[in-house]
Design a protein around this ligand. Structure first.
Ligand code: BGC
Length: 349
């Protein structure tokens, strides 16, 4: 079976490998892959900056943004042959910590969680894969290939849940949200913001290509201008930071309205230092009761919320986010830099 693999920690080790056919364990589903999405995390793993192979192996099958069709499902699993599904990324740590023991593995406290295609368990970028039914989520067949957006949408559904919960600590009726970065996470965060009835603004550096059009098609407003000028004008109640760019992170912290919430979702490169007015940032956070929160991964309830959000979304809009497709054989294309592009998908079926 062909699979896209990498030797974590070794640059230029991304390749199409012949891997053993996966054998479903008791109760597990055997799935024919339809597609995988490629994101910044996959690129980081391919660049030897992140990622861990399963214990005792030196290669990791990549792919955590899955989409597949069930080939065989045990009776009573809740799934049937032909079902369109995605596999959940994270598995609880083995101890487990208190959060993992309660199904909140996205909030793992000891860092010993595992993640398919990222940390110690093989991913979904292979022709066939297996999954435990309790970590599989069914999608409406009509979603088709747009279902590959489920995993990034689950990450965004969790981020919005965090924002709602933090906002709920006092009277809260947000009006304006600013999203920094019009990549898949930023645009899906914009989709969920629009679905919540908010006035949604998206900031990115590119001025043409599919990003401005995708924002406009949502009924949101696209901006390409200095962040401080924009926050001063918009005074956003919420900022969802989806770039991980240090200067934007800092400007977000000082850029909200009173009782503002900044949700950080971008993973930045460590070690790049910039000069920051911490006193000014602290002053604005304290005097405004602001909150800055980081958000990563997603548990089963967020995958369910993501499935609902995608089902309610315009299918043509979702498909417009997939700006490049390649075959498994031509996987390298999905790893080439493309600042104007949005989501890169590898078709496997
Ligand atoms: C994935 C998350 C994962 C995170 C850190 C992201 O790209 O979408 O599921 O938890 O990387 O490994």
């Amino acid at each position: 079976m062909l699979a896209l693999t990498v030797r974590p920690g070794q640059a230029d080790s991304l390749e199409l490998s012949d891997m053993p056919e996966p054998q479903p364990g008791p109760g597990e589903l055997l799935v024919d892959a339809v597609a995988v999405g490629v994101c910044g995390t996959d690129r980081e793993i391919a660049d030897a900056e992140y990622g861990w192979a399963p214990a005792g192996e030196d290669r990791l099958i990549l792919g955590h943004e899955s989409l597949g069709r069930v080939r065989t499902a045990p009776a009573g699993s809740g799934f049937a042959e032909g079902d369109l599904i995605v596999g959940v990324v994270r598995r609880p740590d083995p101890k487990p910590c208190g959060a993992c023991a309660r199904g909140q593995f996205d909030m793992c406290r000891n860092g010993e969680y595992t993640e398919r295609g990222i940390k110690e368990i093989h991913g979904y970028a292979s022709q066939r894969w297996t999954v435990e039914p309790e970590y599989a989520v069914k999608l409406p067949t009509e979603l088709g290939e747009a279902g590959v957006l489920m995993e990034p949408t689950s990450v965004v559904a969790k981020a919005w849940e965090q924002i709602d919960r933090i906002g709920g600590r006092a009277w809260y009726e947000p009006h304006t949200v600013l999203i920094t970065g019009a990549g898949p996470i930023g645009l899906l965060a914009a989709l969920l913001g629009v679905q919540r009835g908010l006035d949604v603004h998206v900031l990115d550096i590119v001025t043409d290509g599919p990003k401005p059009a995708a924002v406009a098609a949502l009924g949101a407003t696209y901006h390409s201008e200095p962040m401080d000028r924009l926050t001063e004008r918009l005074n956003p109640d919420v900022i969802v930071e989806a770039t991980g760019v240090s200067s934007l992170v800092i400007e977000a912290i000082s850029g909200t309205a009173e009782y503002g919430i900044v949700c950080l979702t971008g993973v930045s490169v460590a070690g790049r230092k910039i000069s920051v007015d911490i006193g000014g940032a602290n002053r604005s956070m304290v005097l405004e009761n602001d909150v800055v929160v980081g958000s990563v991964n997603a548990n089963l309830s967020h995958f369910q919320q993501a499935a609902d959000a995608l089902t309610r979304a315009d299918r043509t809009w979702l498909e417009s986010l997939i700006t490049s497709r390649s075959s498994l054989q031509n996987y390298a294309h999905a790893f080439e830099p493309d600042p104007n592009g949005i989501k890169h998908v590898i078709d496997i079926s």
